[in-house]
Design a protein. Structure first.
Ligand code: FES
Ligand SMILES: [Fe+2]
Length: 335
């Protein structure tokens, strides 16, 4: 389903479809990702392996493997180390407080990198928390939301206090206002064709449109199929949500948001931003969890639906010949 991606790594043991990895920081502080299964007798480095110097020691018979290239460097009971005693080492990038791994269905080297955010690197914006969700959906479903400007009023219009499931939690109490959004989405041109940008204007309108509060502008950069930087500027706060989307199983995605705000902003405001984002994304998740994936949606002639069509064309660059296809589940009923 997906061929080109940076993947979020948050555990020492990482599984995505077709990959099991052991991720560790060596004694010099460098991060490495190795295929998790030992070539000797198949033990899992990520379950009990110990970091030693610049590598990892297998928990079963204590063979050691170097993080940088996956080569076996030590067998406790044998002097001669076979040339083939090695595991695959994956390209890693540590940036903005995240660890990313490059994976391509055709095995090609990275063709682009997520950019560093200067305000995080120099400590102007500081980390204030994260949300994690598992979503039952196709890999393309969640990124596609970035160009779906029509759903904003319907799904994200009611005030946060109305909650997630608007059928049950909407109450007149929260009917005095609504979120209003103006949105546009555009793919970037070469050499940044792997980036799509959504610009969002947001305000809360009260009592009809009598007055508005909390104006905010958001620029969301979709960087490849799995990363989004959502930089926001409001009258009292600047910061960014960094979103990461990782396939866990063919139709199960892990969605993570970290929030960073200016270091002078009190933590409770940072947490408020985190909570607000969680409520809004959980409204989407309720839709995603229950919908089916439409590879050819019924789009009408309108500037709004044409954005979804453009997004599908943009996203198609992330599939290649050996990408796993949705049909393999339909064919063998392996859900
Ligand atoms: S299985 Fe890893 S050293 Fe034997
Ligand atoms: Fe949404």
């Amino acid at each position: 389903m997906k061929d080109l991606c940076f993947l979020l790594i948050i555990h020492d043991s990482v599984s995505i479809p077709g990959l099991n990895l052991a991720v560790f920081r060596d004694e010099k502080g460098e991060v490495h990702a190795l295929d998790a299964y030992c070539p000797h007798m198949g033990a899992n480095f990520a379950a009990g392996g110990r970091v030693i110097d610049d590598g990892i020691e297998c928990p079963f018979h204590a063979w050691r493997f170097r993080g940088e290239d996956g080569k076996c460097t030590h067998i406790p009971y044998c002097q001669k180390i076979p040339e083939i005693a090695k595991v695959k080492s994956w390209p890693i990038l540590e940036i903005n407080g995240w660890i990313y791994l490059w994976h391509h269905a055709e095995g090609i080297d990275p063709t682009w990198l997520p950019p560093e955010l200067e305000d995080i690197a120099n400590g102007t914006w500081t980390y204030r928390g994260r949300t994690e969700h598992l979503v039952n959906s196709h890999i393309e479903e969640i990124p596609q939301n970035g160009a779906d400007v029509v759903h904003l009023a319907h799904v994200h219009g009611p005030l946060l206090g109305a909650g997630v499931d608007l059928r049950y939690m909407w109450s007149k109490l929260w009917g005095f206002g609504h979120h209003e959004w103006q949105a546009e989405w555009e793919p970037q041109s070469a050499p940044n064709e792997h980036i799509g940008v959504m610009r969002l204007g947001h305000s809360i309108q009260c009592f009809g449109n009598l007055f508005s509060i909390i104006g905010m502008n958001v620029t969301a950069r979709q960087i490849g199929p799995g990363i989004v930087y959502m930089e926001f500027t409001s009258s009292f706060c600047k910061g960014v949500y960094i979103q990461s989307l990782t396939p866990v199983e063919p139709l199960l995605q892990k969605l993570v948001h970290n929030v960073y705000v200016h270091w002078t902003i009190p933590t409770f405001i940072g947490k408020f931003f985190l909570w607000g984002e969680a409520v809004q994304v959980e409204r989407d998740i309720m839709i995603w969890n229950n919908k089916r994936y439409e590879s050819k949606p019924l789009l009408v002639k309108s500037s709004e639906d044409s954005l979804t069509a453009r997004h599908k064309r943009w996203f198609s660059q992330f599939y290649s010949k050996n990408s796993k296809r949705f049909t393999f589940q339909r064919d063998n009923l392996d859900w």
